[in-house]
Design a protein around this ligand. Structure first.
Ligand code: SAM
Length: 240
């Protein structure tokens, strides 16, 4: 899969080249190109922003610079363009799966009050454009949001995780939060690992994990239970 990121702070994305994702890039499972938006400016100050029409605080990213950048970067094909913004649709595990199935994603990082809307409207004439939010809070820029999205989708790419089953059992894969995990020792600071996990009874362990996931989801994110599709809960779940 190919990922391009356009930003005024290319070095902000360096952490994506560490650890698991770094290895995925080295192994050719993922190609990551980060572009400095200022390369498409023409003035000595390399300005990328201007004051907003209609007044108000802050600055808006100029359409000309973004337009030229996207024209050049998309000259050889059509990526899916993802624009992080707190005003976007929520980023979810389902969207991460959708993105992991794409051949080419391009991320456009906003700063200041965001990017002139016409950049997105113009791009949408040529390619799919998603405005996406990573949560109900406001960051300083789109770079951290891009890191969140790239990390979430990259671990779903075939071959990236050592054991693909870990992604299948994660929170949200079955619509529920994952329950608690334990490792050795059996007792630590007077706290024992639940008996059932040491029983070797895999049926009982699966049942216990399911109950923990249901209880945790019920207490922390009850709206996820409401959103489960018809038939997602069996009769044991409902009894619980
Ligand atoms: N004026 C914008 C608004 O109120 O919707 C906020 C702009 S924010 C200060 C600057 C940039 O940070 C945005 O263009 C976007 O790229 C990024 N950003 C901030 N919060 C975000 C979030 N929750 N999800 C995704 N991107 C975000």
């Amino acid at each position: 899969m190919r990922i391009d990121v356009v930003t005024i702070f290319p070095e902000y994305l360096d952490p994506l080249r560490q650890a698991l994702l770094g290895r995925a890039i080295e192994r050719g499972l993922l190609s990551l190109e980060v572009h400095d938006l200022r390369a498409w400016t023409h003035d000595v100050h390399k300005a990328v922003d201007d004051s907003p029409y209609g007044g108000g605080p802050g600055m808006v990213m100029k359409p000309q610079v973004w337009g030229e950048a996207l024209d050049e970067l998309c000259a050889e094909g059509t990526p899916r363009l993802v624009v992080p913004t707190p005003a976007g649709r929520p980023f979810t595990q389902a969207l991460a799966r959708e993105y992991a199935a794409e051949e080419w994603l391009m991320f456009a990082c906003g700063r200041y009050e965001g990017i002139d809307q016409r950049v997105l409207d113009d791009a949408a004439r040529r390619m799919p454009v998603d405005e996406v939010s990573i949560g109900d809070y406001v960051l300083v820029g789109g770079e951290v949001a891009v890191m969140v999205m790239v990390e979430a989708l990259a671990r779903l790419l075939p071959g990236v995780l050592g054991n693909p089953a870990s992604a299948e059992q994660d929170s949200f894969s079955d619509g529920l939060l994952e329950g608690p995990s334990y490792t050795r020792p059996e007792v630590w600071r007077d706290l024992a690992v639940p008996e059932v996990l040491r029983s070797g009874n895999h049926g009982a362990i699966d049942r216990w994990r399911r109950e923990q996931a249901l209880a945790r989801t019920f207490h922390r994110r009850p709206e996820l239970l409401e959103a489960l599709p018809e038939g997602a809960l069996d009769k044991h779940d409902r009894a619980h």
